[in-house]
Design a protein. Structure first.
Length: 298
């Protein structure tokens, strides 16, 4: 897929889907994933407050018929999971017709994260759904921000991993690839995206959206320094001959023109007319982050 034919997020005509929960830095709505099921858009996103006010306090699932105006159907609170914070969720309808919500959960008093799933018959019931820890992480690695697809009974995940082996360096990011038969028991296949030394993403590289499976083309978050944590911008990577993703050096990372420059956590929804609706978290002038959407036409 050539750069000039790729669908991409665009701030020019972006519309706010969920505004930041308050003014100023640290008030963010975003880290969203979106899926289209029988003509209805299903959105899962986290609401975040500044560090002193609680960080990621809730995950919300909402629905929309047009992909712009959403109505909330359920909310999951981080305190119910014993988590210090929530980050990116992912919502899916299971092949059997039920629903699943994946949550990124921070372990209190540490840099550790784990991924947990909630299963229910209806989206409205997910907050009280059956809980399964799908990726626990361990003392050496934190796991969060899953990007999940399901095709022909095969589940795939691209997960953000933070190495915990060096104190003070836990913000570093790489992406692993995992597969599953049921979306609950996962097999890690290896690391597939690494930071690029000396480049804008040298501190971390996190897959956020799959644009194409064959060939594999993804959007990913990256940042150059530890100080840019939470202010990532969006790049493009393609699978090489060995299946490992390689950053496209010809692609200038997408960023907000405002405040910290963040343009991150992109989610891509292909539509029946060949266009793609994108959702992404973007910085505004006061330092808050809104969740916005844009439409890329073929």
């Amino acid at each position: 897929m050539a750069l000039d034919t790729l669908p991409l997020p665009d701030l020019t005509d972006a519309e706010v889907v969920v505004p930041a929960p308050g003014a100023g830095a640290g008030n963010w709505a975003g880290a969203a994933s979106v899926t289209l099921v029988d003509g209805t858009f299903w959105l899962a996103y986290r609401l975040r407050r500044p560090l002193h006010a609680g960080r990621g306090v809730a995950t919300v699932v909402a629905r929309s018929e047009d992909g712009i105006d959403f109505t909330g159907v359920t909310e999951v609170l981080r305190d119910d999971f014993g988590a210090e914070s929530f980050e990116r969720p992912s919502v899916h309808r299971r092949p059997d017709g039920g629903w699943r919500l994946y949550l990124s959960c921070a372990t209190p008093g540490s840099k550790h994260w784990w991924i947990e799933a909630l299963d229910a018959d209806r989206p409205e019931d997910l907050a009280e759904g059956r809980r399964t820890v799908v990726l626990a992480g361990d003392d050496s690695v934190a796991v969060k921000d899953p990007v999940i697809t399901e095709r022909d009974g095969r589940w795939e995940m691209w997960a953000c991993e933070h190495p915990l082996t060096e104190a003070g360096e836990e913000d570093r990011m790489t992406t692993s690839y995992l597969t599953s038969d049921d979306g609950l028991r996962w097999v890690r296949q290896g690391t597939v995206l690494l930071p690029t030394p000396g480049s804008w993403d040298q501190r971390g590289a996190r897959v956020t959206a799959v644009l194409s499976h064959d060939p594999l083309v993804v959007l990913y978050d990256g940042r150059p320094t530890a100080q840019d944590n939470w202010h990532e911008t969006t790049g493009l990577a393609r699978a090489g001959a060995d299946g490992v993703l390689v950053a496209d050096a010809a692609f200038a990372p997408l960023r907000s023109p405002h405040s910290d420059g963040a343009l991150r956590y992109a989610s891509a929804v292909p539509l029946s007319d060949g266009s793609t609706r994108f959702y992404f978290e973007v910085a505004r002038a006061d330092g808050a982050h809104d969740l916005v959407t844009s439409l890329s036409r073929p």
